[in-house]
Design a protein around this ligand. Structure first.
Ligand code: NSS
Length: 430
């Protein structure tokens, strides 16, 4: 017997014989009839088991099957307006494959309990939907990047470089030396463009973030791209097309899942190039005219990003941050040397930063003097400085937080729900 998915059997014509397997999602029985809703990766389907319609032992098995038991059911499909999807499977055979003990998750559980039982909670329909949305977003990204001449590469996770500063590094013993978990593949991607021109990677990145916020994980998925012969303007064009490809692919493949997760998907249709652009200085002026105190040179935090994007419907690039806010590898903007040729992309509706990117400094002397000024030891970066010594080219790149994008697209309250097994300052189990 070949098995079909729950989604497939709902499409089968009335009277058709089918077989499905999955887990009991909910069940109730009254005397001689059992209504069980079966769940598999594709969706849910109602199964009706009537005494007399199958051997007595199988009816008993159905009647006593507990929530989350795995089962195999065979029978015929029938129209039924009350059933989810408008059809039910009338069982001619019912077999419990793996009985379940009393399932520890019931309705209205505390967030902590759900996180402690994450290995079981990922079976929920919401988590299932988020994971499908994430896969569709990544598929949309990869398709667009490949079509646009970017080659996927596999940078290392163990590194001796602190790409994004020392304060959020996870340090580990690497035999008799110190090493770190990667914060960003950027420097390796910069090396790889000299071989491949345009590259991208999707890797875990690690940040020892002590802050408990709804947008920080200590381990997150980082989609990074780097291109030779690209200035920061070109870099932003790549980003707006990439984000559009991700969002529009989710809309075309996973509308049902989005509807299950959020009330209003209409605004996502407007996510199309060109995105808005504003300089950091314009943002500061705007805060000041709104009566907030803000001195030029302070980085924009979550509250400022929220204020900037609350009324927006499309993403917003904030460009030209003051040099003191950003990392040493960025290129000075010749039109405003107090600032770098860089941009953060902020998602609309108050969501805030989803991408950080910049043109890279190619002047060896500038790089070295900034590193010296910041007390960065040169040794671990000699290889990186070599990239400026052997055929340097103008180049730009960026990093996109995959869970930040998923949080935005799904309208999630907290970033931890954009990843099946979240790692935060207070959690590495399960
Ligand atoms: O620190 S970033 O802003 N920039 C970089 O790491 C560059 N080296 C990337 C590059 O140019 N190749 O991080 C990039 C993005 C940021 O916009 C967020 O969307 C995401 O990575 N990000 C995070 N997501 C979840 N949790 C944490 N802690 C986090 N930190 C950054």
């Amino acid at each position: 017997m070949t098995f079909s998915s729950a989604k497939q059997v709902l499409d089968a014509p009335s009277g058709q014989e089918v077989a499905v397997r999955g887990w009991i999602y909910r069940a109730r029985s009254s005397g001689a009839i059992v209504f069980a809703v079966l769940r598999d990766g594709s969706g849910i389907v109602q199964v009706t088991v009537k005494k007399g319609g199958l051997p007595d032992a199988e009816f008993e098995a159905a009647r006593s099957a507990s929530i989350e038991s795995s089962v195999e059911v065979r029978g015929a499909m029938h129209e039924d307006k009350r059933a989810p999807g408008g059809k039910e499977l009338r069982a001619a055979s019912f077999r419990v494959v793996g009985p379940a003990q009393t399932f520890p998750i019931t309705e209205h559980q505390s967030e902590e309990l759900l996180l402690d039982h994450r290995h079981l909670w990922i079976r929920s329909r919401e988590q299932n939907a988020v994971m499908k949305v994430k896969a569709a977003a990544l598929r949309g990204a990869r398709e667009w990047l490949e079509e646009s001449g970017f080659t996927e590469v596999t940078p290392p996770i163990l590194t001796t470089n602190a790409c994004e500063g020392g304060t959020t590094l996870f340090k580990l013993k690497y035999f008799d030396r110190d090493a770190y978990l990667s914060q960003s593949a950027q420097m390796y991607l910069e090396a790889l463009i000299f071989s491949l021109g345009r590259v991208y990677s999707v890797t875990p990145s690690f940040r020892a973030e002590k802050s408990r916020t709804p947008r920080h994980l200590t381990e997150y998925w980082h989609l990074e791209a780097e291109a030779a012969w690209a200035d920061n303007r070109k870099n932003m064009e790549v980003q707006e097309q990439l984000v559009t490809a991700m969002v529009q692919n989710v809309l075309s493949e996973r509308k049902e899942e989005l509807l299950l997760l959020r009330k209003d998907i209409e605004p996502l249709r407007d996510i199309r190039p060109p995105f808005k652009r504003m300089t950091y200085s314009q943002a500061v002026d705007r805060f000041r005219t709104q009566g907030h105190e803000m001195s030029w040179g302070c980085d924009l935090g979550a509250p400022e990003e929220r204020a900037l994007t609350a009324e927006e419907t499309v993403p917003l690039f904030v460009t030209n941050y003051p040099r003191e806010c950003k990392a040493f590898y960025m290129k000075e903007d010749p039109e405003d040397p107090r600032t770098y040729a860089c941009a953060d992309l902020l998602a609309p509706g108050g969501f805030g930063e989803i991408i950080g990117g910049s043109e890279r400094e190619t002047d060896l002397r500038k790089l070295v003097s900034r590193m010296q000024a910041q007390g960065i030891a040169m040794g671990p970066y000699e290889w990186y400085l070599d990239l400026r010594r052997y055929g340097s080219v103008p180049h730009s790149g960026f990093g996109l937080g995959v869970e930040r994008v998923v949080k935005f697209v799904c309208g999630l309250e907290h970033i931890r729900d954009a990843v099946p097994f979240p790692r935060t300052v207070s959690r590495v189990y399960p």
